[in-house]
Structures are given as structure tokens and as C-alpha cells.
Design a protein around this ligand. Structure first.
Ligand SMILES: CC(C)(COP(=O)(O)OP(=O)(O)OC[C@H]1O[C@@H](n2cnc3c(N)ncnc32)[C@H](O)[C@@H]1OP(=O)(O)O)[C@@H](O)C(=O)NCCC(=O)NCCS
Length: 374
């Protein structure tokens, strides 16, 4: 038998996709043929989901119709809300989200139907309802009743209203929406690959994306945006960056929000988030967090050759928007839900079981020994 691929499957091309393309050496990310730099300043999150699912940008009437369709699907099954209320108070939001998505799968009218039409309906419900679930989790943990969706608002505006109990400013809603677009899809990242493995067993859409939420939760993946913010809070002040990093380097600590398996240069998503962070922290009177971030970045690049990834500057964007830190990774999941569902549909449309081999490195030829002789 051949030797195992590199640890962590580094460099392995596991399958084909027409959803997104990454050039890790040049720092290029493409959704369906469009460079992320074309899309980020010009396209809303729902528009990017339409692009990913349909392979082309929508005309105005198509986008309007798509947004109406999504808005009409935002309301959770009441039994999902009851389930969320029954979770222990200390449940972390990513675990509550994983449970909420799974419950929606139980109650979904198309639960066991893997046809293209049913998958599309489920994908719409999942993208529409993930923000509602997260807002409900946030309300419930404050002892408040979840708010009903308002279909007259955009997905991002309604999320802010349902989570906070009051509407956000246009600028805050736009910034949030842009982060969702930047999080939409990213090749065979760990959570998306987890989704595809589940989908390839002909597992259903909700099973697949529930697995995706579980994979995203880890701090080497989506959990890094929250961890990056905790790092900045721990450092506390721009002048502490140097001594803090000296210690971190000495202890060989990993700095969250830096490094990437594929990008060996600037992560193109970070280019947008850095600028958003600069503007938003300034406006919120939190400019020192941007200053700290830049200092960290400068030293990480000059001394380690390691660049910030999507999660690093997203942390201060969300902090400036006043979002609780433990909701950063759930917000990542709202964006990535558009990608996960697209990958499940792509997998089901041309499926083969994903079942690699393992290189066995354990012992062989041992003989059974009776219990009282061991
Ligand atoms: C993303 C990540 C998991 C990629 O991991 P990977 O491809 O397996 O790379 P490795 O962990 O093997 O790192 C390679 C080298 O770079 C170093 N490195 C990578 N990321 C680092 C970081 N964030 N801080 C400090 N050193 C880092 C490793 O220590 C290792 O050094 P060594 O060869 O001297 O041991 C890794 O960069 C990481 O843990 N980053 C922090 C978590 C994070 O931000 N995740 C979000 C990713 S979008």
C-alpha cells in the first residue's frame, strides 16, 4: 500500500469544484469566476449566495425575488425555539447553533429528500434561518423572548434587529453584510470538506451542515476570530504588543488569526477587512485595537513571515460593531452556510462516496492471551 499523504492532507487535491478558486501563492480568491476584489465592494451577501448557487450574477428582478424568497423562510419551527430554550444556560453559542440547525433538520418538510429541488429549498431555509437561530440564542441567554423576523428588512438588517431588539445603522448593517460575503466560500476548507464527506454518503443537507458547524467551531478554523479578539484584549494597549509577542514567541504560542494552510501571502479577504477595521474602530473610538493589530501584523510578517488571515481583522470589525465576542464564529457560520449548502448540492449532483484509506502504523501478528495470563 502507498504511503499516507502529507499530515493534514496538505496539498492534496481531493476533488473538483466550480464554486470557488484559491491561488495561495498569489493571494487570489474567486467565487464562480469573479475575483473577490470585484465582488466585495459591489455585491450584497444574498447576491453572492445567488451567484454561488446559480453560477451567475442575478438581474435586478431575480435578486429581488431571491431576497423575498429567503425573507419568507426566516421563521424558525417553534419546536426549534423550544429546544433552544431547553439548553443549559452555559451552552456556548456555537454548540447551541449546531443543535438549532440539527433541530431544524428534524422538522424540515424535505428532511429525507435529497433531490435537487428539495436541496435547494432546504438551502434557502438554512441560509435564511441561521441568522434567526443565532439571534434567538442571544435573546434566550439574556432571559428575553426571541423576536419574530421582519421580512421587509434585508437578511443582515433583520439579524441585527432580532439580536439587539433595535435596528442597526445602515453602515453597521453594510459592514456585517460584507463580512458575510467574505466568509461565503473557500474551497475545501475543513468545515466544507466535512460537509462534503457527509453529503457523499448521501447524508441529508442538514446532517452535512450540522457537521460543518461542528468543524467551524474549532479555534484552528472559525473559532479563530473570537480568539483573535481575546488576544487583543489581553494585550490591552499598543505599547504592550512588543513584550507580549516576545513572550508568545518564546513560549512558541500560536497567534490566532494568523497563518493559513493555503495562503502563503496576503489573504485577499484580509485586505478588505483591514480597511473596514481601520474605519470602523476609528469611528467607534476603538482605534487602539487597530493600532495593536497593525503592530502585531508587522512583526508577524517581518519576523515569522506569517500573514493575517480572514479572522484577524474581522475580530476588530465585529468588536467595533459592538457584537459579543462569542457570536463572532456563529456569524462566520451565517456566511459559510451559503457555501456549505452549495457544496452539498454540488456533491449530490455528481456523487461518489468519499472514503480514503489510512496507512496503518500499529502492531501486527499479536496473539490472543487468556485473561488471567495478561
Ligand atoms: C491556520 C493554521 C491551522 C494552518 O496550519 P498548518 O498549515 O497546519 O500550519 P502549521 O500549524 O503546521 O504551521 C507551520 C509553521 O508556522 C507556524 N505558525 C503557523 N501559524 C501560526 C500562528 N498563527 N502563530 C504562530 N506561528 C504559526 C507554526 O508554528 C509552524 O512553525 P514550525 O514549522 O516552526 O513548527 C495555522 O496557521 C494556525 O493554527 N493559525 C492560527 C489559527 C487561525 O487563525 N485559524 C484560522 C485559519 S483561517
Amino acid at each position: 500500500m502507498t504511503a499516507a499523504a502529507g499530515k493534514g492532507l496538505e496539498g492534496v487535491v481531493a476533488s473538483q469544484t466550480s464554486l470557488s478558486f484559491i491561488d495561495g501563492l498569489k493571494g487570489i480568491l474567486v467565487y464562480r469566476g469573479y475575483n473577490i476584489h470585484e465582488l466585495a465592494p459591489n455585491v450584497s451577501f444574498p447576491e453572492s449566495v445567488f451567484l454561488l448557487w446559480n453560477g451567475r450574477l442575478p438581474r435586478r428582478s431575480e435578486l429581488d425575488e431571491f431576497e423575498v424568497t429567503l425573507a419568507a423562510q426566516r421563521t424558525l419551527d417553534p419546536r426549534t425555539v423550544e429546544g433552544l430554550k431547553g439548553l443549559p444556560a452555559e451552552t456556548v453559542p456555537m454548540s447551541a447553533l449546531r443543535t438549532g440547525i440539527s433541530l431544524e433538520g428534524v422538522y424540515d418538510p424535505d428532511a429525507e429528500d435529497n433531490s435537487a429541488e428539495a436541496n435547494r429549498r432546504k438551502a434557502e431555509r438554512l441560509v435564511a434561518r441561521t441568522p434567526t437561530i443565532i439571534a434567538a440564542i442571544h435573546r434566550i441567554r439574556q432571559g428575553l423572548e426571541p423576536l419574530d423576523p421582519d421580512p421587509s428588512l434585508s437578511l443582515s438588517a433583520d439579524f441585527v434587529r432580532m439580536a439587539n431588539g433595535e435596528p442597526g445603522t445602515d453602515e453597521a448593517v453594510d459592514a456585517l453584510d460584507r463580512t458575510l460575503l467574505l466568509y461565503l466560500d473557500h474551497g475545501f476548507n475543513a468545515s466544507t470538506f466535512a460537509c462534503r464527506v457527509i453529503a457523499a454518503t448521501l447524508g441529508d443537507m442538514h446532517s452535512a451542515v450540522t457537521g460543518g458547524v461542528g468543524a467551524l467551531k474549532g479555534e484552528l478554523h472559525g473559532g479563530a476570530n473570537a480568539r483573535a479578539m481575546h488576544t487583543l484584549l489581553e494585550i490591552g494597549d499598543p505599547e504592550n504588543v512588543g513584550p507580549w509577542l516576545d513572550r508568545a514567541f518564546a513560549e512558541k504560542r500560536k497567534i490566532m488569526g494568523f497563518g493559513h494552510r493555503v495562503y502563503k501571502t496576503e489573504d485577499p479577504r484580509a485586505t478588505h477587512l483591514r480597511e473596514m477595521s481601520r474605519v470602523l474602530t476609528q469611528q467607534a473610538g476603538l482605534g487602539k485595537f487597530y493600532e495593536m493589530s497593525r503592530k502585531l501584523e508587522d512583526r508577524m510578517i517581518s519576523e515569522k513571515g506569517i500573514n493575517p488571515n480572514v479572522d484577524f481583522y474581522c475580530a476588530t470589525v465585529y468588536y467595533a460593531l459592538g457584537i459579543p465576542i462569542d457570536l463572532y464564529t456563529p456569524l462566520f457560520a451565517i456566511g459559510r452556510m451559503g457555501g456549505w449548502t452549495a457544496h452539498v448540492m454540488e456533491q449530490h449532483a455528481d456523487n461518489r462516496l468519499i472514503r480514503p484509506r489510512a496507512e496503518y502504523v500499529g502492531e501486527m501478528d499479536l496473539r490472543w492471551v487468556p485473561m488471567d495470563e495478561r
